[in-house]
Design a protein around this ligand. Structure first.
Ligand SMILES: Nc1ncnc2c1ncn2[C@@H]1O[C@H](COP(=O)(O)OP(=O)(O)OP(=O)(O)O)[C@@H](O)[C@H]1O
Length: 225
């Protein structure tokens, strides 16, 4: 069976100017690829391009063997993203947001799925609050819950540990592993060595030359070693 996500000769950047070296990768079903590098190295640009949020400068990205088609129903059903963006409906509560995502993605027993997700991300006591009334960490938990409540075969997470306390980071690591063990392919940008070691199966280092390393080495790179 082919890779879920493939990039060949991929160059990413802005205005035709690359931000990092050429990316070549293949990520199979159930693998977790961590993406690491220093601030400004190009990690977010790489994952945004892999997820079809921006066009490549050059090269090719394939998801399930097909070109990236971000507007296509099939692509949106398969590919979930949790990026660094607070996108909410200001008048919908936490619970209503999650119900909307669950129903939009035809999740069976959506009410129960929402209850489980609220519990998992520790926001059950804020279920009836609107986004404006949440703390920044709670807003982050809501975005993550929305990313995890829906099915996906490919999940992109950009620094999901941001604004989370250590207990929640550990819960998130377990959640990522659970999804991967169930067959979802995960690409996770992270600055957290613990999250990387607990979740990843391999690691992409973004720099002038992009390399693939093992997870222990990836954690050392994050730690500056
Ligand atoms: N919209 C944009 N237009 C032009 N340049 C951009 C844009 N967004 C990011 N950049 C630049 O592209 C480079 C890579 O940015 P990117 O956000 O991908 O880095 P990163 O590795 O994710 O960084 P961090 O660890 O700080 O999140 C940086 O030099 C950044 O200033």
């Amino acid at each position: 069976m082919g890779d879920v996500l493939e990039a060949v000769g991929l160059v990413v950047g802005y205005g035709g100017t690359p931000v990092c070296g050429e990316v070549n990768l293949g990520v199979a079903r159930g693998e977790v690829l961590a993406v690491v590098g220093f601030n400004g190295a190009g990690k977010s640009t790489v994952v945004r391009t892999l997820a079809g949020r921006q066009d490549p400068v050059a090269g090719d990205v394939r998801v399930h063997g097909l070109p990236v088609m971000p507007d296509a129903v099939m692509f949106r059903r398969q590919v979930a993203t949790v990026f660094d963006e607070d996108v909410f409906f200001p008048s919908l509560t936490v619970r209503e947001h999650l119900l909307l995502v669950a129903r939009g993605h035809s999740v069976g027993a959506p009410e129960e799925a929402v209850d489980a997700e609220l519990d998992y991300f520790g926001i059950a006591d804020r279920a009836h609050a609107v986004p404006d009334a949440l703390s920044s960490g709670q807003r982050r938990r809501l975005l993550l819950a929305a990313g995890f409540i829906r099915p996906s075969s490919l999940l992109f997470l950009d620094e999901p540990e941001q604004r989370l306390d250590p207990v929640m980071r550990d819960a998130l690591s377990r959640r990522i592993r659970e999804r991967a063990d169930a067959g979802t392919t995960v690409v996770v940008v992270t600055h957290d060595p613990r999250l990387l070691v607990r979740t990843a199966t391999s690691c992409l280092v973004i720099d002038e030359t992009v390399t693939t390393v093992g997870t222990e080495r990836g954690a050392q790179i994050i730690a500056g070693a």
